[in-house]
Design a protein around this ligand. Structure first.
Ligand SMILES: O=P(O)(O)O[C@@H]1C[C@H](O)[C@@H](CO)O1
Length: 369
């Protein structure tokens, strides 16, 4: 027999059909009953409704936990439960006494942002149980705990991208680990193509907002069952990039005297790994995109879902070509990483000054309490 499904779950393969260890003597373990309707279609009801169910359909009893398990498998093959993420967070908490307030994600070519961290304790991704590994050049693959401008921080030297083959939920799973480690702020950085014609290679764009293009196609890091211990089913994204931190960044940039090289704009993430066509870039520009990349958006969505305060900036590593006769060199990762390295000191200074300023704010706030 085939054709018994609830939410895509093949009920015929369910344990309960063959009698469940958790069920009653008849194998009626839990709530769900699948019915083969006379026309061969499948429907489901709960036990509560079952008393009135006196049609001639064949009833099959299914283990509820099994159904839930299978739903998770169907929706997200690599589901990280709260418990598993907590295990990863505990791995760190048991090995370091540093309790970070800020988490930093280093973008392509921006590993050196973590060079400013002192008293470091580093963990290679490959040694962390259940943690993915970095496969992209320019992403070292290390988690670094330490102090930056006196603030306890943790930095990811290397992030995970959709094009590496990781589902979005797995790409941004480390953000939840950092949340359970105790961070309150997420500082995300990335390398991006400059689509706004005013942007030059080497400029910095403070991210004011994003357009979640992958979300338009129904792909979200929050897809699948929601665990309210992380956040609500339907989180708002109106203040995704904290306005106070954006304002602070503007002030810091003025103090550094680099306001001509720094912009505020809208970032978008595409799936990659290919760079964009001219037609795609033209469309993105019409939509209001200033910089194009392959990361960050899903991390920010995950961070806001668990109520982290987010700041992000993009290093413009190449100019996007919006006409076919453009004199721009074809986008390439070597250039991306090279520009990252050549602008590491300015990006590092921006990060350090932001954290210094934020540390003062936090101290003041704590003093007032
Ligand atoms: O990790 P980020 O977003 O900084 O890296 C960008 C996007 C791609 O991974 C890569 C393309 O060159 O750089």
């Amino acid at each position: 027999m085939t054709g018994f499904t609830i939410n895509g779950t093949d009920l015929l393969k369910s344990k309960a059909l063959n009698g469940s260890a958790n069920g009653d003597a008849n194998g009626r373990s839990n709530n769900y009953i699948a019915e083969e309707c006379p026309n061969g279609a499948t429907s489901s009801t709960s036990n509560a409704n079952n008393a009135n169910n006196n049609n001639n359909s064949q009833q099959i009893y299914v283990d509820e936990a099994e159904v839930e398990n299978r739903m998770k498998m169907v929706i997200n093959e690599e589901n990280y439960s709260y418990e598993l993420i907590k295990e990863i967070a505990d791995y760190f908490l048991e090995r370091t006494s540093i309790r970070p307030v800020i988490g930093i994600i280093c973008g392509s070519g921006l590993n050196s942002l973590a060079d400013h961290i002192t008293d470091i304790q580093a963990f290679d991704y490959k040694d962390i149980p259940n943690f993915p590994v970095s496969t992209v050049e320019g992403h070292v693959g290390r988690m670094i705990f330490g102090y930056l401008e006196g603030m306890p921080v943790v930095a990811m030297q290397g992030r995970f991208h959709y094009y590496e083959g990781y589902p979005l939920a797995k790409c941004s799973m480390p953000v939840r680990v950092l949340k359970l480690v105790g961070i309150k702020y997420l500082f995300a950085t990335n390398a991006a193509g400059g689509l706004n014609p005013k942007y030059k290679v080497g400029d910095i764009m403070i991210v004011r907002d994003h357009i979640n293009i992958m979300g338009f196609a129904g792909n979200s890091p929050l897809q699948g069952p929601n665990d309210p211990r992380f956040g609500p089913r339907f989180p708002p994204m109106t203040n995704a990039y904290d306005r106070h931190l954006v304002r602070k960044a503007r002030k810091v940039v003025r103090e550094m005297g680099i306001e001509n090289d720094v912009h505020e704009g809208v970032y978008t993430c595409l799936g990659g790994p290919n760079y964009e066509t001219v037609a795609e870039l033209k469309m993105l520009r019409i939509m209001g995109v200033d910089a194009v990349g392959m990361s960050t958006v899903h991390e920010v969505i995950t961070a806001r879902h668990c109520d982290l305060t987010v700041f992000a900036f993009s290093l413009i590593t190449n100019k996007c070509a919006t006409d076919y006769d453009s004199s721009e060199e074809d986008a390439n990762h070597e250039e991306v990483v090279m520009v990252g390295k050549s602008r590491q000191s300015i990006c590092g200074e921006l990060m350090c000054r932001m954290i210094r300023d934020l540390a003062q704010d936090i101290q003041q706030k704590n003093g007032k309490k």
